[in-house]
Design a protein around this ligand. Sequence first.
Ligand SMILES: [Cu+2]
Length: 302
Amino acid sequence: MVKFVSLATLVCALSVTPVFAKEFQDHDQMMNHGDGHLMDMDGGMVMGQNTDTLPGGCEKIAATKEITVHAGHKYSEKFPGTMFAFDQQEYQFEPCTKLTVHFINDDEIRHQWMMHGLPKYLYPKGMFHLEVSGPGKVTGTLILPPGDKTYLVHCDIAQHMEKGMKAQLKVGKGSEDLPSIPGVTAAVFPDDYSGRPYDPKLDAPAPYTIPVVAPAAAAAKAAAVAPASNESIVSGVTVVGLAIGLIVAPLLARRFKDMSAGEIVATVLEQVAQVVGYVIQLVAKLIKMVTGKNVIALPENK
Ligand SMILES: [Cu+2]
């Protein structure tokens, strides 16, 4: 009997032991590491913060906005088949808006509000990133670029975007609608609750094809086949150059669509700098291969 009572007491004691949830934390004392990177050791992080540099093509800050975004499992309830979601799936702002985002994580796990496609001359890796591990809040600010463009916003933790944590942010009119935004656009891989077995033929997603500029491609092919003749006014080299130009032009046009002159110049300079850096590396490697020496003497390990 005594044994039974003590066992019962133990069971009771164990069953009322509360599971301590992590307390909500406002990450407002983060360390500033420069270049818009702020973080603390408790799982709060901001990357790509920009509070004062105007993107190329913005004459002034057009508007100052503040939003509060929630992330959590509970927001996915209205979207069958998902596990995580933001409380809002679409945002829209005027170009050149100074936007402050208060990001609140309502879950006991790690979530992010990561925005992609920003100009790389201003935002490292083209990203603006807010992150909180466990329930808490971080706040970050950026200045949106000019032009009509749609930016992907997602949580980059494995499978969180695929399971619903995805949104789009339109600047101006936006450039398009992104796929698989819960409640906004159709899913690329729609859920199937019919019970029909998987059929690789029927269920394969539509292949994505890169649009080919037909006449230019044909010209390039012709140029490759036809022997170059010096007597011809239009030499093979010209045809190849023309063909490359025809192929590259629409790609460039798409790349620079909606960009201001300032932004185009900045982007071109950024890419030229990359190419120059690459060439220097290549030359250094070549010299090293030939001479067996480092061009720049490396510090010796001690
Ligand atoms: Cu997440």
